[in-house]
Ligand binder design. Sequence first.
Ligand SMILES: Nc1ncnc2c1ncn2[C@@H]1O[C@H](COP(=O)(O)OP(=O)(O)OP(=O)(O)O)[C@@H](O)[C@H]1O
Ligand SMILES: [Mg+2]
Length: 201
Amino acid sequence: MKNILEINNVNKSYSNSFKALENISLNIKEGEIFSLLGPNGAGKSTLINSICGIVNFNSGTIKIDGYDVIKDYRKARQITGIVPQELFLESFETVWKNVNYSRGLFGKPKNHKYIEELLELLSLWDKKDSKIKELSGGMKRRVLIAKALSHEPKLIFLDEPTASIDVELRKETWDVVRALNKKGSTIVLTTHYIEEAEELS
Ligand SMILES: Nc1ncnc2c1ncn2[C@@H]1O[C@H](COP(=O)(O)OP(=O)(O)OP(=O)(O)O)[C@@H](O)[C@H]1O
Ligand SMILES: [Mg+2]
């Protein structure tokens, strides 16, 4: 299997000169489910956000499917989906609009059938006409997952996908992660639950 993600000697210091990443090197193979574990503040989100262009790293290189995330950022981002740790959604729009809008941002043509399947997979179909502000925390997290998958990415980052999700839905979320992996996506996730990492990756 080829490497879908190649990270070489990445360093990141924040503007207050705090060093969050020091010489990180890591390869992830296509088809893997890979878990990043570590205590609060270990640098998991900093790493994921550096890969996805949300954080500017200071040195080193990151390639997604051979595309440099800085030089070839358009290509790299088109094949990448991220579910960020922080909930950030348009609260006054509906689930349906939010997810379809995300797909449009990546320049992909409309595909209502695909978005319908996605919302069904995430148990959100009956909420498609609800406004985001009317959803529970766990439902909002699942909308974030749907948004991240709206443009059919090959490489998916899930930063604590099951935070604030109840025990039953956590198991369902694992099933979703496995189903996406089976369909050919590579998954990188962070978690504080050792059993989640053991179960999935
Ligand atoms: N914008 C910022 N400015 C300064 N320091 C920051 C900033 N963002 C994060 N840090 C610091 O970088 C370190 C790594 O943070 P990061 O969010 O990557 O950790 P994490 O492993 O994702 O933690 P958690 O498990 O709590 O999500 C922490 O010490 C944090 O305080
Ligand atoms: Mg984090």
